[in-house]
Design a protein around this ligand. Structure first.
Ligand code: RP5
Length: 167
């Protein structure tokens, strides 16, 4: 009876490339990471907030500060908000800008889950002209700070984030 030789396992080391490949020095590797990493996270409670939050991104872009944008609601997606904010500092973010309308819990909930500075942007809704969101963002209890800009004041949030980063 003919016996078949088992196929030789590919050498795992060969698959990873030659062992002599030169590693980048650590400084260079870290510089490369920094080039792409956003420094500001702009989060908002709804897609409908995007036009009002756009000026924050513009202010950052004008100052060459990289940012990322995510939609997450403190009420509708509480787990997402917690995970995003809890990991933000480790991911290299330096400031979170949080915009929301109506009962705007997002800035406060963000601040509850991160030690990063959080800038709240109260967004004017249909009924109360943004006073609801303003009070929700600004009336934070001691120990959980939120810096709050004017109603629909996203541009100032971007400028303030830039100042925090450059200070
Ligand atoms: C808030 O409720 C959002 O931040 C938004 O400003 C408002 C309305 O949300 P949509 O009904 O447009 O999704 O949570």
């Amino acid at each position: 009876m003919e016996t078949q030789e088992p196929e030789a396992e590919p050498d795992a080391r060969e698959e990873q490339g030659p062992l002599t490949a030169e590693m980048p020095d650590p400084e260079q590797a870290f510089e490369e990471i920094e080039v792409d990493a956003p420094l500001v996270g702009i989060i908002m409670g709804s897609k409908s907030d995007k036009p009002k939050m756009q000026p924050a991104g513009e202010a950052l872009h004008e100052r060459d500060i990289r940012y990322e944008v995510r939609v997450m609601s403190a009420h509708r997606d509480p787990d997402t908000v917690r995970d995003y904010c809890a990991n933000a500092q480790m991911r290299g973010l330096r400031v979170i800008i949080a915009g929301a309308g109506m009962s705007a819990a997002l800035p406060g909930v963000a601040a509850a889950h991160t030690a990063l500075p959080v800038i709240g942007v109260p967004i004017a809704g249909k009924n109360l002209g943004g006073l609801d969101a303003l009070l929700s963002a600004v009336q934070m209890p001691p120990g959980v700070p939120v810096a709050c800009v004017a109603i629909d004041g996203a541009r100032n949030a971007g400028i303030l984030a830039a100042r925090i980063i450059h200070t």
